[in-house]
Design a protein around this ligand. Structure first.
Ligand code: SOE
Length: 388
């Protein structure tokens, strides 16, 4: 069986997720399109690179990403670093002819994302941006229902992504609160997942009207480089620095199709954890999804008899997209891991079969344009066009 060697740049939380997906993909999708071989993992800290290799099953490690990008033995560069290094690594990897998967958001700004998109287009390599949630089987099922016309013409998309890990002011100032590294706050980090879903399910977004807020203006400076996502709080009288990104963002949407909608995202919503939700209203039915109940898709069809009409729950399983490859009984539990395994399968398949995969760097670039338009609108109080 064909083998593709992966060079993974970054060994943190996302490194764990991607390594798990490479290892597990052939266990689910068999025969696999190719075996993703965990060849070299990179972290700028040599000890962390060594630990990541041992823990995530890589053959070797390095603290020099440029060497790995130029290594002729590497087929795929997987970028799981903070946002400020995505462009430099991706452009170098494209020039070296590597296929690239990059964590989301693709870049800090649309200008940066455009350079990345141009680089992969010029190089003719495969490219993917890791907005994994759209690969939740229930969301793929929503897409199938929409394409089959089961809810008719779409009128409205109403989405949220709510978390609470940064609601505590003692939750430290990691790179995710620094504009120079992250680009934006809740917008780039989590709202972009919902923007991706909205485009996937409803179509292109032409205009936005945004509001952004920074509730906690300064936070304790994090000691050490590893982002603990608020699980480790700073104690006592520690040095604080300014937060220069949004804690919360909301936007109204106008889609190319004429549909309208909204997205809200915050990491300061006590009690909400990975509360990715959407409701889609069509002329002949509705679809509702909540990631905290990720096996379930709720659907309501206008054609049901009056005395039976209402939301019913479909538990995803073997009868649904990718279901035959996953678990044999509906509702056994689909989660983050499965979305990453499907993502790895689709990316490796695109390389082997020489097909396009989505979301790719063009989608990542469009999402960056939409994000920039939301921030511009939040600052001037006007509807903004997204470039589409
Ligand atoms: C933090 O908000 C975070 O880790 C995001 O960066 C991920 O994209 C999301 O899947 C989980 O939450």
């Amino acid at each position: 069986m064909k083998k593709l060697n992966v060079g993974m740049i970054g060994g943190g939380f996302m490194g764990k997720a991607h390594s798990m997906a490479y290892a597990a993909m052939p266990m689910f999708f068999w025969p696999a399109p190719a075996i993703p071989h965990r060849k070299t993992v990179v972290d700028i800290n040599e000890q962390m690179a060594k630990d990541a290799a041992a823990r995530y099953g890589f053959e070797s490690y390095s603290s020099d990403w440029r060497r790995v990008v130029e290594d002729p033995g590497i087929d795929i560069i997987d970028i799981v670093t903070p946002n400020d290094s995505h462009a430099e690594i991706a452009i170098a990897a494209a020039k070296a002819g590597k296929h690239i998967i990059c964590e989301k958001p693709l870049a800090r700004t649309a200008a940066e994302a455009k350079l990345m998109y141009d680089a992969v287009k010029d190089a003719g390599v495969k490219h993917m941006v890791a907005f994994n949630y759209r690969r939740t089987p229930a969301i793929l099922l929503a897409k199938k229902y929409i394409e089959e016309g089961a809810i008719g013409k779409i009128l409205n998309f109403r989405g949220t992504y709510l978390q609470d890990w940064s609601a505590d002011p003692q939750s430290p100032l990691s790179w995710r609160f620094r504009k120079d590294i992250a680009g934006s706050g809740a917008l780039g980090d989590i709202a972009t997942h919902v923007i991706d879903m909205a485009r996937y399910l409803v179509g292109e977004i032409n205009e936005v009207m945004g509001v952004a807020k920074t509730w906690i203006k300064e936070r304790p400076v994090q000691s050490g480089g590893v982002d603990k996502l608020g699980t480790v709080k700073a104690g006592g009288d520690v040095k604080k620095e300014a937060v220069d990104v949004d804690d919360e963002v909301s936007t109204l949407l106008r889609f190319e199709s004429g549909a309208v909608g909204s997205i809200e995202a915050t990491r300061n919503a006590w009690g909400r954890n990975n509360y990715i939700t959407f409701e889609i209203h069509g002329e002949t039915g509705s679809i509702s999804f909540n990631y905290e109940r990720s096996d379930e898709l709720k659907v309501c069809f206008a054609s049901d008899p009056d005395d039976r009409r209402g939301f019913r729950t479909v538990y995803t399983g073997p009868a649904h997209p990718y279901g035959a490859a996953l678990w044999p009984i509906p509702a056994l539990g689909i989660g983050y891991g499965e979305t990453k395994i499907i993502e790895a399968f689709d990316f490796i398949s695109a390389i082997v079969n020489d097909t396009e995969v989505s979301p790719n760097f063009h989608d990542g670039y469009r999402i960056a344009e939409i994000s920039d338009a939301i921030l511009l609108s939040a600052s001037n109080g006007k509807w903004e066009r997204t470039g589409a």
